[in-house]
Write a protein that binds this ligand. Structure first.
Ligand SMILES: Nc1ncnc2c1ncn2[C@@H]1O[C@H](COP(=O)(O)OP(=O)(O)O)[C@@H](O)[C@H]1O
Ligand SMILES: [Mg+2]
Length: 371
């Protein structure tokens, strides 16, 4: 990498029309191993420009080696090897270079004008192996975290049910009630986790559906506060602050509830002190680089420890949670996905009292007026 940067579009000699539109790298060499063309993706994977490669010997320009260090071209030699070979399947090869070695996934097709005739073109498919490795690592992490998160509540459900079934007569009503409440709580947790995972897969696949209708944001916020108070929190802990006249907002009421519920729950569980909910009209760019537009901002602030500067980027990622366990670390990832599916954005900063301040915006107006 290093000095290469993004090499920009390639230029010459394609056998395939619109090769630059291909997501994978394609490179073509002729019967004498001279490179005749490559697409933009191939330039990115190799880290060199087409102009520096076309006209050069493929074996020298791309000195691919096997992971054990052997030269790939000596092993495979498409030009003077067995005349029946038609190419090879995907291989992980290493490409030495100025910016350090690159791992490349290479497929090859040897074109022959007729059966058993000499090769007149070698077409290489090239993919960046690092990207695939990252995806695989992320999947592995996702699976192990999910398995772990599911196991602890299920262990308690299984443990308490087994105990109750075998020793029903030995427990008092209070003890039985306690166990059943724990089972219910843990079953709820599993259900919630699965719901969040389904939301995540929709967000990741870009299929998060929002059914918009006009919503009364202030009433929604108030309802959430009431719910908190009904579940045992002191009413004095919550302050609702509505500024100015709010424009009409169209949102999916269920999704909005999820966003508000998550932020409020976090403020109470991870934060401390008074929780202030501000609702105000704003004019700002809703997406990076977008034109300023009318929106409504909802901010949830608390007086707890807040989010450390170095964690600000991480709070919205999947499975990230601070030192205190208990949650899944998925809430804010889902919040961001839901807000963005509405065309809004969400940020975190510090509240005046030093705690966390989560603020999200929703574009004003009916969806056809929303970009
Ligand atoms: N209001 C807050 N104050 C301090 N830390 C917070 C606050 N909200 C969220 N966090 C931190 O962000 C992490 C991720 O939050 P979230 O995605 O909702 O997951 P969860 O609540 O399941 O842990 C939390 O574990 C916590 O460390
Ligand atoms: Mg949470």
């Amino acid at each position: 990498m290093g000095q290469m940067g993004d090499p920009g579009p390639a230029s010459t000699g394609f056998l395939v029309p619109d090769a630059d539109d291909l997501p994978d790298g394609v490179l073509v060499a002729d019967g004498r191993a001279v490179i005749t063309g490559l697409n933009a993706a191939a330039e990115r994977v190799i880290g060199r420009r087409a102009a520096d490669l076309v006209g050069h010997d493929l074996r020298q320009a791309l000195p691919l080696i096997e992971p054990d260090g052997r030269s790939w071209w000596e092993c495979t030699d498409p030009w003077s090897g067995l005349a029946t070979r038609t190419g090879h399947r995907e291989r992980l090869l290493v490409l030495p270079g100025d910016g350090g070695p690159r791992e490349v996934l290479v497929t090859a097709r040897y074109r022959r004008p007729g059966r058993c005739q000499p090769v007149d073109a070698v077409v290489l498919g090239l993919r960046d192996a690092a990207a695939r490795r990252r995806t695989e690592e992320a999947h592995g992490l996702l699976i192990s975290t999910v398995a772990h998160e599911l196991r602890s509540p299920l262990t308690s459900v299984k443990g308490f049910t087994a105990t109750l079934l075998r020793r029903w007569d030995r427990f008092t009503d209070d003890q039985k009630r306690f166990m059943l409440e724990t089972i219910e709580h843990d079953a709820d947790r599993v259900t919630r986790l699965i719901g969040e995972l389904l939301d995540i897969s929709r967000i990741d696949a870009g299929r998060m559906e929002v059914r918009r209708q006009p919503v009364d944001l202030v009433a929604a916020v108030r309802r959430h506060v009431d719910r908190m108070v009904a579940s045992g929190h002191e009413a004095e802990r919550f302050v609702l602050d509505v500024e100015g006249r709010l424009p009409e907002v169209w949102a999916d009421p269920d999704r909005l509830d999820q966003v508000l519920g998550n932020l409020l729950e976090n403020a109470v569980r991870h934060g401390a002190g008074t929780v202030t909910l501000q609702v105000a009209p704003v004019t700002e760019a809703l997406t990076d680089g977008g034109a300023p537009a009318l929106a409504v901002a909802v901010a949830v602030s608390d007086e707890g420890e807040g989010i450390d500067e170095q964690d600000v980027q991480r709070v919205f990622t999947r499975f990230w949670h601070g030192t205190r366990r208990g949650g899944t670390g998925l809430g804010l990832y889902v919040v961001r996905g839901l807000v963005e599916a509405h065309g809004g954005s969400v940020q975190v900063g510090r509240s005046a009292a030093g705690g966390a301040r989560f603020r999200f915006t929703l574009p004003a107006g009916a969806p056809e007026h929303v970009a």
